[in-house]
Design a protein around this ligand. Structure first.
Ligand SMILES: Nc1ncnc2c1ncn2[C@@H]1O[C@H](COP(=O)(O)OP(=O)(O)OP(=O)(O)O)[C@@H](O)[C@H]1O
Length: 294
């Protein structure tokens, strides 16, 4: 890649290897070298951190997340999760690894079957991955687990027999977070998780995500167009342009002094951004060690 490659992997993880390691990832669509959605991306994501992925529409963010989730096969390069190269895993091993990475999408309603009750929506991953969660005898145990998951995201365990349309956007996003947590993942890919919500609701969902991260030690890859949100939630930010990573760094530093012209251009396009409003970035900027609490 370009000279930017050297610093895209970030600081060494004190706990050892990063949770997620992307090396020289490339994705061409249609077998054409001219249609390159992801181009030579190398990046580490460390256990417990929030890495924000930003860039304009069409720069390759979705393709990159699908590659790192093992949902798309790279044209070149590798994805390792928990120290294991996904390309070397058997189908059963890959299923086991995929359980540890879950996704929360922008519009929870589109990913929910409106005719399914909340209990079945949240239990879906359990029932799909765990044969013991199926069948009449397992029902009480599954309902119990769904109740715990709903409470973990600030909802009442008693809503299980209701339907998605009975809930607000913020409540539906909490339901989709509960579903994402069902299999005890280590990493969540959050794809614009709050951009469909009102600002006040957005804040409560971001607080919930921060709280869950702290309690469960989760790692987040947070895809967002909203730089104010990125400033608030992300430890590091990775900036993509035309399939390439052009800048990766600590959020406060990238917001304060973007090094790449594209990053500056991206930030200039958001005149309302005030990095001082980002709690995490601000805490970092004012801390002598540069560390902020999560
Ligand atoms: N299945 C596909 N077949 C062909 N081209 C594709 C396919 N998926 C994505 N692309 C192309 O790859 C490039 C990157 O698309 P991608 O959806 O990853 O960008 P993005 O940054 O996620 O955009 P957005 O923010 O709008 O979702 C685009 O030029 C897109 O047209």
């Amino acid at each position: 890649m370009s000279t930017d490659t050297a610093d895209t992997t970030g600081p060494a993880s004190p706990a050892g290897r990063p949770l997620l390691e992307l090396r020289g990832l490339r994705k061409e669509f249609g077998g054409r070298r001219t249609n390159v959605a992801v181009d030579d991306v190398s990046l580490d994501v460390h256990e417990g951190e929030t890495l924000a992925l930003v860039g304009e529409s069409g720069c390759g963010k979705t393709t990159l997340t699908r590659l790192l989730l093992g949902l798309l096969e790279p044209t070149a390069g590798s994805v390792s999760f928990g120290g294991q190269d996904l390309a070397t895993l058997t189908a059963a091993e890959l299923r086991g690894t995929r359980r540890q990475m879950q996704v929360v999408l922008q519009d929870p309603y589109s990913s929910m079957n409106p005719r399914m009750r909340i209990t079945d929506i949240v239990a879906e991953p359990l029932v799909t991955h765990d044969p013991e969660a199926r069948g009449r005898r397992a029902r009480a145990r599954t309902r119990q687990r769904v109740g715990e998951l709903l409470e973990a995201v600030g909802l009442d365990a008693g809503i299980q027999d209701r339907y998605p349309h009975e809930f607000s956007g913020g409540q539906r996003q909490r339901i989709s977070i509960a579903r994402a947590l069902a299999l005890h993942p280590r990493m969540l890919v959050l794809d614009e998780p709050t951009s469909a919500l009102d600002v006040s609701v957005q804040a409560t969902v971001l607080d919930l995500l921060a709280d869950l991260q702290q309690r469960l030690g989760l790692t987040y890859v947070f895809v967002s167009h909203n730089l104010a949100v990125v400033a608030q939630v992300a430890d590091r930010v990775a900036v993509m342009s035309r399939g390439r990573l052009v800048e990766v760094g600590e959020t406060a530093a990238v917001l304060r002094t973007p090094r790449h012209p594209y990053t500056r251009q991206l930030f200039d396009a958001v005149p309302v951004l005030d990095p001082r409003r980002g709690r995490r970035a601000a805490a970092r900027a004012s801390s002598p060690t540069g560390e902020a609490g999560r």
